[in-house]
Design a protein around this ligand. Structure first.
Ligand code: GUN
Length: 293
């Protein structure tokens, strides 16, 4: 088994982005700027947002952290989105999900200008991703595709099985990998919680992507010998031996599956790291106006 080392790749790509930013600054231009809106105090979201902010700092981006109280009204949040939409000093911004239940997530996403939607969640960007047109691709699928490309894992003609049909991972990843394009051209199967005999399908995967959100759900009997296994899960499970009282595990039983797979991404240090880097890449694309001219 060889490791799909997201941590190492992320470091490498961040250095490339930093070099580009340094050059922009030398030319007298301003740094790319990303804003993150977070509503409430979901602890997992707070960790993700901190990571995104720190990554901005590492590559020389300006980052703006907008933390709103849990009881923020929908109109107020829409007003903040409007402000960022029209702020010429902000290249891209995201609204960290999940939002508190009294807020209409879809309505808010659709309020973001597609040109600044660096999460790629707006229907315009998801639609253009489906069509294979220039778009802000959602960060996690974009990070996975980049990880496979940098490890020279060919997807052409391969059977990619994606377990998970979310709007932010499973569906857009399927759209990207099935595209008639280099780095894609895969045969894609999407499975989900209602799939009958899931193991029978995952066993056929040349490349298996686990994005179901259930700790260590993919066990060794569900994986073909020599398969490439990409673990998207970030699950916190109780662990009395840790000072924090918990540890992070993926959707794959790493211990057993790693003995059967040719390549596998660890958790932490795998796809999560690539997701943050993909967000930085989208922000740079927004800054350079490379998606929407
Ligand atoms: N919550 C979980 N993943 C994501 C993400 O990629 N972007 C945002 N905005 N929220 C998330």
């Amino acid at each position: 088994m060889q490791l799909l080392d997201g941590k190492r790749l992320a470091k490498e790509i961040k250095a490339e982005i930093k070099a580009e930013v340094d050059q922009l600054l030398r030319q007298g231009r301003r740094a790319p700027a990303l804003a993150v809106i977070m509503v409430g105090d979901n602890p997992a979201s707070a960790t993700y947002v901190r990571n995104k902010m720190r990554s901005c700092e590492q590559v020389g981006f300006r980052s703006v952290d907008i933390h709103l109280p849990e009881d923020t009204a929908q109109d107020e949040l829409l007003r903040v989105v409007d402000e960022l939409n029209s702020d010429p000093e902000i290249d891209g911004f995201i609204v960290q999900l999940p939002l508190p239940v009294h807020l209409d997530e879809q309505l808010i996403i659709e309020h973001i200008r597609p040109e600044k939607d660096v999460d790629g969640f707006h229907p315009m960007n998801l639609g253009r991703t489906l069509l294979g047109l220039p778009a802000f691709n959602p960060a996690t699928p974009k990070g996975i595709v980049e990880m496979l490309r940098r490890y020279q894992i060919d997807t052409e003609g391969k059977h990619v099985v994606i377990a998970g049909r979310s709007n932010i991972v499973g569906k857009p990843l399927a759209a990207m990998l099935v595209q008639k394009a280099s780095g894609a051209n895969a045969t894609v199967t999407v499975c989900h919680s209602r799939t009958k005999d899931l193991a029978n399908i995952t066993l056929q995967a040349d490349i298996l992507v686990a994005a179901i959100g259930k700790p260590e759900f993919i066990t060794v009997d569900m994986v073909k010998p020599g398969a490439v296994v990409v673990d998207v899960g970030i699950n916190s499970v109780p662990d009395a031996s840790r000072k924090s009282g918990y540890r992070l595990v993926g959707d794959v039983d790493f211990e057993s599956v790693s003995k059967k797979a040719s390549w596998i991404s660890p958790v932490p240090g795998g796809v999560g790291q690539m997701t943050v880097v993909a967000l930085l890449e989208n922000t740079l694309l927004a800054y350079k106006k490379q998606i929407y001219k």
